[in-house]
Design a protein around this ligand. Structure first.
Ligand SMILES: Nc1ncnc2c1ncn2[C@@H]1O[C@H](COP(=O)(O)OP(=O)(O)OP(=O)(O)O)[C@@H](O)[C@H]1O
Ligand SMILES: [Zn+2]
Length: 739
């Protein structure tokens, strides 16, 4: 008689393994008593890892003698609910990615590392009323005196938690205990996420807004699953629509998840939410400390935060009462993660909304082509808001032909004149250039030598303030050469412009106008972006210079002129999405102009004023341009008329990536039949980066099912190829970049 195979627990561990691992329950417990969603400590080889139970009470194909028990349980109740576990499993399947790594993306850092679920909230300290650092009791305790002074500086009116005290030099805890004993400091225990104040002013919705709100969530109980595209021109008041929808969701007892682009979660936006809703709002963004993130996440997971607002990874937050999902600026590329688990937060959000019977709103002035396509095919409901809210009018757009014109550091005389006029009239001007640094190229005037990154084969960007050359592809940095290494001529010349040069030129040209630059270089420090955006509103800086960071959803009421320095970068790019991106970018950057009473003007410098895309966009607007691009995509058999997956490979040697992909293609081809095209392998559009040669193989199918079938069957074969050991390879399902 064979003994029945033991019941086991399946655990996802943070390792690049396709499957979860099988374990026996800890001694004294039945496998079925360990709930999925609980964290456990397990041994893998010699390592001890924190894993997440994804299944329990099932049987294993592994011989009982070879199974190890789980070492210990870290949670009493599941940390991750069944629905979120379902989402994790779906993401692992759909993106063909190791499930343990999906879990890593889904959990906040502390919880991933096994930190406890701290239900008590957090401890905070405030100075006792009248406490004075100069009090005689502290005369001989200098450090305690300093800490009390520090607390008072942070604000005597409220208590401050560890997060705020972290900046105090040295170990503050024993000092705080001493102060407490002296009665100079009072300890408080508080929930880690306090309700926001609410009670702020609200707009009376205009008819277009009312129609959108009622169409998406009719008064009353939760309407259930459905995807709604809210296509509203820039400044049409989409945020106000979201707020009203959230109000309805909350009234129906449901939670709302709001996803925003990477740099869209600004203090202004948060303030708008906090002044509208007197509830705990969990804001998940990169500026959070580990403790704050855990708190926000746990509060949401317990259903105690009715609103969760965050960037892409917030899509994994457990939300037991989810009723509404808002994806703001749904076309934004930052919703797609570009490394490791290459998921699209919008697509996962829709999947989970379907599971939980939630409404989805995709909001944008420039919807992604796949979203528009779904709306036109009737899969998504489509709502329009064609006019700006309040008194604001649409901006006027004009092309400035820069062919055969003398440019002053990239600026035409016409643009400079327009800037001068606006400044004289007291307006604010925004100049957009999607290239940071001083100049993209440093060239020797003697022999034509160009400073190149030896690891990427591309020109290095000259950064004047730092006096460095930086590679924007691999972050390599070098000192500025004083002379050409080839011919010895001194002072190589910067060629072309970046935002840093623009800032310098404008400051010299308009010495009385303050210039504020916003790009990745000026906002590296935590909190710097928020400070600079605040400064935009202060009115101190009439001239704003920036990259894409300045274009996303910001509301700058005083900006009346927007200048686009170079529209041509996107016109001839090899990427099949370049035109879509350019159209979105131009409309979004133009959308920053004239958002209040003053009308806005947009001037676009281009050397291709006859380009059909620019003409259609300016004459007929984004929907017409989108139609034209969709027609091109249909003809080329590209998304949304096809489904793609991209296999990428890289290695130090030139031959290995192509060899692996050729072997991969050979392994996949017999199974691809006539349903999946294998295009390539070819060297990547950027054939070398950070010292590694790169190549790619594109898989294309008319429908999703055969593509995913091929991937499910094929990837294990690729794992086993001998060529796979000489490369680093990855799969990108629904890639947004083909390089
Ligand atoms: N019904 C209304 N009446 C008056 N003003 C309104 C109304 N709705 C919104 N506004 C104002 O219009 C401005 C633009 O609104 P909002 O920022 O929501 O636009 P948006 O559609 O999100 O724009 P974008 O796509 O450019 O981010 C804001 O200052 C907002 O306060
Ligand atoms: Zn480089």
């Amino acid at each position: 008689m064979t003994s029945p195979s033991p019941r086991i627990i399946r655990v996802a561990v943070p390792l690049p393994l396709r499957e979860a691992l099988d374990y026996l329950p800890p001694s004294g417990k039945a496998a079925s008593a360990v709930s999925p969603g609980v964290r456990v400590l397990v041994r893998v080889g010699q390592r001890r890892l924190v894993g997440l139970v994804v299944e329990s009470g099932v049987s294993s194909v592994i011989a009982p003698g070879r199974l190890r028990p789980v070492q210990s349980l870290l949670d009493e109740a599941p940390l991750v609910d069944a629905q979120t576990l379902g989402l994790i499993r779906f993401a692992a399947d759909y993106y063909h990615h190791p499930i343990g790594e999906v879990v890593m993306n889904a959990l906040p850092g502390l919880l991933r590392e096994g930190a406890p679920v701290d239900a008590a909230g957090e401890t905070a300290w405030r100075a006792a009323p009248g406490a004075d650092p100069a009090a005689p009791g502290l005369a001989r305790a200098m450090r305690q005196r300093e800490l009390l002074g520090y607390l008072l500086e942070l604000g005597a009116d409220r208590a401050h938690a560890a997060e705020a005290l972290a900046a105090f030099p040295g170990d503050w805890r024993p000092l705080m205990r001493a102060l407490e004993e002296k009665g100079l400091v009072v300890r408080e225990q508080r929930p880690c996420l306090a309700p926001s104040p609410g009670g702020g002013e609200r707009h009376v919705l205009n008819p277009a807004q009312v129609e959108a709100v009622d169409g998406i969530w009719p008064q009353g109980p939760a309407p259930g699953f459905g995807v709604h595209l809210l296509e509203g021109v820039t400044g049409s008041g989409k945020t106000e629509v979201y707020l009203s929808l959230i109000e309805r969701a909350l009234a129906a007892g449901r939670q709302a998840l709001v996803l925003v682009p990477e740099i869209g979660l600004t203090p202004q936006l948060l303030a708008r939410f906090r002044s509208r809703f007197a509830v705990p709002i969990a804001a998940l963004h990169s500026g959070l400390g580990d403790g704050e993130r855990r708190c926000a996440w746990l509060t949401a997971a317990r259903g105690a935060a009715p609103i969760v607002i965050g960037t892409r990874s917030a899509v994994f937050t457990p939300l037991p009462h989810l009723g509404l999902v808002v994806v703001d600026e749904e076309h934004d590329a930052s919703f797609k993660q570009q490394e490791n688990l290459r998921y699209h937060a919008r697509d996962l959000a829709i999947w989970r909304a379907r599971q939980q019977g939630a409404r989805v709103v995709l909001g944008s002035a420039t919807p992604a082509l796949e979203t528009l396509h779904h709306a036109r095919e009737g899969r998504y409901a489509h709502h329009h808001m064609l006019a700006r809210a309040g008194a604001a009018r649409p901006p006027t757009l004009r092309l400035l032909d820069v062919r055969h014109k003398r440019l002053d550091s990239g600026l035409s005389a016409q643009l400079l004149a327009a800037v001068g006029e606006r400044l004289a009239a007291g307006g604010q001007v925004l100049l957009f250039l999607n290239r940071r640094g001083f100049a993209p190229v440093l060239i020797c005037q003697g022999c034509g030598w160009v400073a190149r990154c030896p690891r990427c084969d591309t020109p290095m960007t000259y950064h004047a303030q730092a006096r460095r050359l930086r590679c924007h592809h691999c972050d390599r940095e070098t000192r500025l050469p004083e002379a050409c290494p080839e011919c010895g001529q001194v002072d190589p010349m910067p060629l072309g412009q970046g935002t840093e040069r623009l800032e310098t030129v404008l400051a010299a040209r308009f010495p009385d106008a303050g210039v504020l630059r916003i790009d990745r270089d000026t906002t590296r420090r935590r909190g710097a972006l928020a400070e600079r955006l605040e400064a935009v509103h202060s009115g101190e800086y009439p001239l704003l210079v920036g990259t894409q960071m300045l274009t996303k959803g910001h509301h700058f009421p005083s900006v009346t002129l927007v200048g686009v320095i170079d529209a041509d970068q996107g016109l001839y790019s090899v990427d099949y999405r370049a035109h879509e991106r350019l159209a979105q970018l131009l409309v979004q950057v133009a959308g920053r102009a004239g958002r209040a009473e003053q009308p806005g003007e947009v001037l676009i410098q281009t050397g291709q004023p006859e380009h059909p895309l620019l003409i259609t966009l300016l004459r007929d607007g984004y929907p017409a341009a989108a139609d034209a691009i969709l027609a091109e995509r249909r003809a080329a058999g590209m998304p949304p008329f096809a489904h793609l997956a991209l296999l990428r490979a890289e290695a130090p040697g030139e031959a290995a990536p192509m060899a692996f992909l050729a072997a991969a293609a050979a392994a996949l081809r017999p199974r691809a039949a006539r349903t999946v095209d294998l295009l390539g392998p070819v060297p990547a559009p950027m054939p070398r980066r950070a010292g590694r040669h790169r190549a790619q193989l594109l898989l294309r199918a008319r429908s999703r099912a055969p593509l995913h079938r091929l991937l499910s069957e094929g990837l294990p074969l690729l794992d086993a190829l001998p060529e796979a050991r000489r490369v680093r390879w990855s799969l990108d399902v629904d890639p947004v970049d083909l390089y």
